[in-house]
Design a protein around this ligand. Structure first.
Ligand code: BAL
Ligand code: ZN
Length: 875
């Protein structure tokens, strides 16, 4: 199919003012009657065209007249109707088979046919699988939805909007109606029907609206929804306080399902969640997962304004709602937890998931210029890099200025489908600042590389910082331009003091922290009144999503690691130092960086005044294998793994098995299952200490881990112990895995962890285990969480186990993609992106990967989703 181009965008010729939807719900057959009141743009002569995919068309009526096949054409998923005019009413009836819908797009069945429930997923283009409609985000309609179904089989009937009546029908059936007062695009439509339990809470918004908050889940899961309910209430309060945004319906429903392609979905008034991001209890949920539940609950709630009230004009603008909402969620999570730890977590994710995407054949701008399948663009670039761009803008405007700009954005675009220009325009106008130069970030793919070089002039008492930027070509973009890069910085004296900043061009003193903006390919900044060569702390808080080449001496990084008061930059100094230590191990020779890294961390480890256990755990963790591989021109994943292991062994040995064990025991003495920050921090550091111990004294660490597994009061401790046993291929692992399997047999989310953890077996052992697990009765290609827990965890989190030199890993994964694609194209296409980095592999693996991926281009036709990914990856 031809690509869809941003440059081809035209405002729709037909709008739908109102839609009435009637569903007669059944598992194998659901009938949908839809009644559209149409508005025509009189300046366009385009005929009425509606999207519709996989629909069994029953009847069409236009203005009360039954249409004959001469009056319309339905081909290639488009229904074209003759004789419609402004004000026409079009009624269609179609039939669907939800039970046969394995793509989980449109209306489908979650769970077994006897007991499961029906639900919808419409973003991006699922609504066309439900009825005929101009299924694009710039068509905003008022929805009235009536659901009818057998009362015993579907006791709960839900749709978006406010409830507007319910009652009995003949034959044991019942009905319920919902009216949404806020016009919305079709991707925000949702319904749910089935046997579900609920928990509820009253909420009163800051502007005085009483709201019923209700979370729905199947009976065995409903008691695990209380944490999500608390998180929802915290999110609603936070959005009122931070952005002045109030909720706007009388009810807010949230539903959990185990069968979902995404993390969750922000349907107006009826959020639907992958159970993974809603259910939580200490026995089966780790601390990291608790934070993810809080973050995703907040993210979906925040969409009510950044996405629903102000939506996107077209799918190219996806980051307008996603980048912005990720940013809002990051702010919220920072406020609820530790700002420094949150920033570390987010930047680590950006580097692990987005930088490799930006550096490979799938690189695309935050606002792509073209796509074939929009579902392939729900990427780390659109989400995470998009959030970094909003963060840069927020940093440029300051807290009050950004709030002013956001108020303007919401006010000017409420009820409309907006663009990124509308966003930058509103932020800029409210502050009398031209932000349009930042638009270049949205159109240019690739991660800028910024070089910083300092020169101290003792005679002049001046320090000149010269910054240069360069972005490598990406597919379809050979030439890159300079982007505005805000660099938050401080200067440190060698005794660890921050120096007051006197920057040329600024008459007043700037305090000890300031943001300079690199706007050209190269610029110099001169600081005065400096008595000795300073050490610059650059990109504080990660003020721009770039790769920094800072030209530091190891001792300078070690000084920042010890003294920087910016928690993020402290961690960053440790990361840079670890990377340099890694280079030293790889290249041999100078060991200064390795020694400096080990010494600095050993000193912190012993420092009784350093009380932040969680930060210490992060400081003790070098960059992951994916990040380290990004430093290589040619990647041998087995070698990267071996070097990273050696790096950690050196650190463990420098700290010493005795101190590690003593620290472990001190932390273990405090073990509990509480969720407060210090209990979480204790578990985090305990895990890290145990991991380091396992690398220098495996038998001791495995004995400790086996004990921890047995006595663990929480999933965090249990899974951490199990992971140490599995990664070390310890004899105790077998029993622990068998126990885990039995204990959590009835809990799909815990069982996902059982699958995932085993993908972390070392090296050559991995593939055989993954193959064995794929034959396990509990494995199914039909469940996205299970597929990601096994194939995704293997390929993404165990690079050395996936990238076998004999290519067997690639061949086997590719074999799984075909049947997966036939069931669920979205999940297959996303999984295929694990092969994104193949071109930079060493020659033997590169050829094996190329050959495996190429095998997908012959044989039975693939979905549009997977075809696009395969074509782009091969390049
Ligand atoms: N809109 C798709 C799921 C999410 O980003 O919230
Ligand atoms: Zn989102």
């Amino acid at each position: 199919s031809a690509p869809i181009l941003l440059s081809d965008y035209r405002a729709p010729a037909w709008q739908v003012e109102q839609i009435e939807l009637d569903f007669d719900l059944g598992i194998d057959a659901t009938q949908v009657r839809s009644c559209l009141r149409l508005r025509r743009d009189s300046t366009q002569a385009t005929p009425l065209c509606l999207d519709g995919e996989g629909l069994e068309l029953l009847t069409i009526m236009l203005d009360g007249q039954l249409l004959s096949p001469d009056d319309y054409r339905y081909a290639d998923n488009v229904l074209e109707i003759d004789h419609a005019h402004d004000g026409s009413v079009l009624e269609t009836r179609v039939r669907l088979n939800p039970a046969a819908n394995t793509a989980l797009e449109g209306l489908y069945l979650s769970g077994p046919r006897e007991s499961g429930f029906l639900l919808t997923q419409c973003e991006a283009q699922g609504f066309r699988h439900i009825t005929f409609f101009p299924d694009q985000p710039d068509v905003l309609a008022s929805y009235t939805v009536t659901l009818r179904a057998d009362r015993a089989r579907f006791p709960v009937l839900l749709a978006g909007g406010n409830p507007d009546g319910a009652g009995d029908l003949d034959g044991g059936r019942h009905w319920a109606r919902f009216v949404d007062p806020h016009p919305k695009p079709s991707y925000l439509f949702a319904l749910v029907a089935g046997r579900l339990e609920k928990i509820g809470r009253e909420y009163v918004t800051a502007d005085g609206r009483p709201v019923q908050l209700v979370i729905w889940a199947e009976a065995d899961a409903i008691e695990r929804c209380h944490y999500a309910m608390d998180a929802l209430e915290r999110s609603m309060r936070w959005d009122e306080q931070a952005y002045g945004r109030n909720y706007d319906l009388d009810v807010f429903h949230v539903v959990a399902t185990h069968d979902f392609n995404m993390g969750a979905m922000e349907n107006k008034g009826l959020n639907i969640f992958n159970a993974k991001y809603l259910l939580a209890d200490p026995d089966s949920t780790t601390d990291d997962e608790y934070r993810a539940v809080e973050a995703v609950v907040a993210h979906e709630y925040f969409h009510n304004w950044s996405g629903n009230r102000v939506t996107c004009r077209d799918w190219f603008q996806l980051s307008l709602k996603e980048g912005l909402t990720v940013f809002r969620e990051q702010q919220f999570s920072a406020d609820m937890n530790s700002p420094a730890l949150k920033r570390i977590e987010d930047v680590a994710l950006l580097r692990r998931a987005q930088f490799p995407e930006d550096a490979g054949p799938l690189a695309h701008p935050v606002r792509p210029a073209e796509y074939r399948e929009i579902n392939n663009f729900y990427t780390a670039t659109v989400y995470e890099k998009g959030s970094e761009l909003v963060r840069m803008l927020a940093g440029r405007l300051g807290q009050a200025g950004f709030r002013r700009g956001m108020d303007r954005y919401f006010e000017h675009n409420d009820g409309h489908a907006a663009t990124l220009e509308d966003f930058l325009g509103a932020l800029g106008e409210a502050n009398d600042i031209d932000l349009m130069p930042y638009l270049a970030w949205y159109g240019q793919a690739g991660t800028p590389r910024m070089k910083a070089r300092g020169h101290y002039d003792a005679a002049q008492h001046s320090y000149t910082l010269t910054l240069t930027q360069h972005t490598l070509p990406t597919p379809g973009q050979a030439h890159k331009r300079a982007l505005p890069i805000p660099v938050k910085l401080a200067l440190f004296a060698t005794d660890g003091r921050m120096l007051p900043l006197h920057l040329d061009g600024h008459s007043n003193a700037l305090g000890d922290e300031h943001v300079i903006v690199l706007e050209q390919a190269e610029q110099s900044f001169v600081f005065r009144n400096i008595d000795a060569a300073p050490i610059p702390s650059l990109l504080r808080g990660f003020s721009a999503p770039v790769i920094l080449d800072g030209d530091y001496a190891p001792t300078e990084l070690a000084l920042l690691l010890r003294h920087d008061i910016d928690g993020f930059n402290r961690w960053e100094a440790a990361q840079q130092l670890a990377s340099r230590a890694y280079d030293a191990l790889r290249d041999g020779g100078d060991t200064t960086a390795l020694t400096a890294w080990c010494d600095a961390l050993a000193e912190l480890f012993d420092d009784e005044l350093f009380a932040d256990d969680a930060l210490l755990a992060d400081l003790l963790s070098p960059p992951g294998e994916i990040e380290l591989a990004e430093r290589e021109q040619v990647v041998d994943p087995a070698r990267v793994h071996a070097l990273r292991q050696e790096l950690q062994q050196r650190l463990g040995a420098r700290i010493g098995a005795g101190p590690l064990l003593r620290r472990y025991e001190a932390l273990a003495a405090q073990t509990n299952r509480q969720l407060d920050a210090s209990s979480q921090a204790q578990r985090r550091l305990k895990r890290r200490v145990l991991e380091l111990l396992a690398l220098i004294d495996a038998p001791a660490a495995h004995a400790v881990a086996a004990g921890q597994y047995q006595d663990a009061p929480s999933m965090t401790d249990r899974l951490a112990a199990l992971a140490v046993l599995v990664r070390g291929n310890a004899p105790q692992a077998t029993l622990a895995l068998a126990h885990f399997r039995e204990r959590y047999a009835g809990d799909p989310l815990a069982l996902d962890k059982w699958f995932s953890v085993q993908t972390q077996l070392p090296g050559e052992l991995t593939l055989a285990r993954v193959q064995l697990l794929a034959g396990d009765p509990a494995f199914t290609l039909k469940n996205p969480n299970r597929v990601n827990a096994l194939f995704g965890a293997w390929a993404r989190s165990n690079p050395a186990g996936f990238h076998r030199a004999d290519g067997a890993g690639y061949r086997w994964l590719v074999q799984q993609l075909r049947p997966l694609d036939a069931l669920n194209p979205q999940v297959a296409a996303r999984l295929a992106t694990v092969l994104n980095g193949w071109k930079r592999l060493e020659p033997v693996r590169r050829e094996a990967a190329r050959s495996a991926i190429s095998s997908l281009t012959t044989g039975p036709e693939l979905s549009r989703n997977l075809t696009e990914i395969v074509q782009n990856i091969l390049g």
